[in-house]
Ligand binder design. Structure first.
Ligand code: PXL
Length: 271
């Protein structure tokens, strides 16, 4: 079993590959990486960060991999710095996903009702097209609203409608971060129905939480777990990491203390 995680390296501020690699490896799965960019920190809340776009390196990396006959059982994409990179990921899926393999797209574009720095409506349209090639998509509420063309925020009352609308693109949308009345939930397509799974909400903005959820999601699925088990265990892991971070970490830009919750997560994964 081999996963390819396509995402940036934010050197400080745990997110993207610095979250995907340790979590997927801890799940007992080989995690190969394709870094899309190298940043000194992620772009959420820091100023003055460096950003080296690695788009030009990707074609040669792919040529080498093809010469080795590599195929991946899962391809998991996250933050993509440009429309050109979305197009590259679409080609990578066509050429390097093993027969019967799964393509998981986290359409990382925004949070809090807004697109992240540098993203445009044209980018959203391209990301929608990439979602149409995926087996699973993992948007947060902001991304779901942009993709499904619905007003932000989603409430539980219209989260089900959002999941149904997103099914026009991808069979299994999983929408995270739906909040109301002190609760936060994940809404997802589960066979014919839309299911949800909720926790008590911790107020505030926790950078990298979506990436912790996404990495755990892929790690659980790659272990052959059902969708319901995968959604519930990944949400428990992200939610416990958020609660611990709220207690222990003052500056939320540095990411979740997921490390301290990993042992408990793995015990449940391997029970
Ligand atoms: O966690 C999402 C993310 C990933 N990568 C980069 C980001 C962000 C969110 O701000 O800036 C570079």
């Amino acid at each position: 079993m081999r996963i390819l995680a396509i995402n940036d390296v934010s050197c400080v501020g745990k997110c993207s590959l610095t979250v995907a690699l340790p979590i997927i490896s801890a799940c007992g799965i080989e995690c190969n990486v394709l870094p899309t960019a190298i940043l000194s920190t992620h772009t959420g809340g820091f100023t003055g960060y460096t950003f080296r776009d690695l788009t030009d390196d990707i074609p040669d990396i792919l040529t080498h991999w093809k010469s080795l006959g590599l195929k991946f059982d899962f391809i998991y994409s996250g933050y993509l710095g440009s429309i050109a990179q979305i197009e590259l990921v679409s080609n990578i899926k066509k050429e390097l996903l093993a027969e019967g393999g799964k393509f998981v797209v986290d359409p990382v574009m925004g949070d809090g009702g807004k697109l992240y720095a540098g993203f445009t409506p044209e980018y959203v349209a391209k990301m929608r097209a990439l979602c149409a090639e995926a087996d699973y998509i993992l948007p947060n509420v902001t991304e779901a609203c942009f993709l499904a063309d619905m007003p932000y925020p989603l409430t539980p009352a219209n989260a089900e409608l959002a999941v149904r609308k997103l099914q026009a693109y991808c069979p299994i949308p999983i929408v995270t971060g739906v909040t109301e009345n002190g609760k936060v939930g994940v809404y997802y397509a589960d066979g014919e129905k839309v299911s949800s799974y909720t926790h008590n909400n911790v107020e505030g903005n926790f950078h990298g939480a979506g990436d912790v959820f996404g990495a755990a999601f892929v790690g659980c699925l790659a272990n052959g777990k059902t969708l319901q088990f995968t959604v519930e265990l990944s949400s428990d892991f992200a939610s416990k990491s958020i609660a611990r971070t709220a207690r222990e970490v003052e500056d939320r830009r540095y990411g979740l203390n997921f490390e301290a919750e990993t042992f408990d997560f793995l015990k449940k994964l391997n029970a």
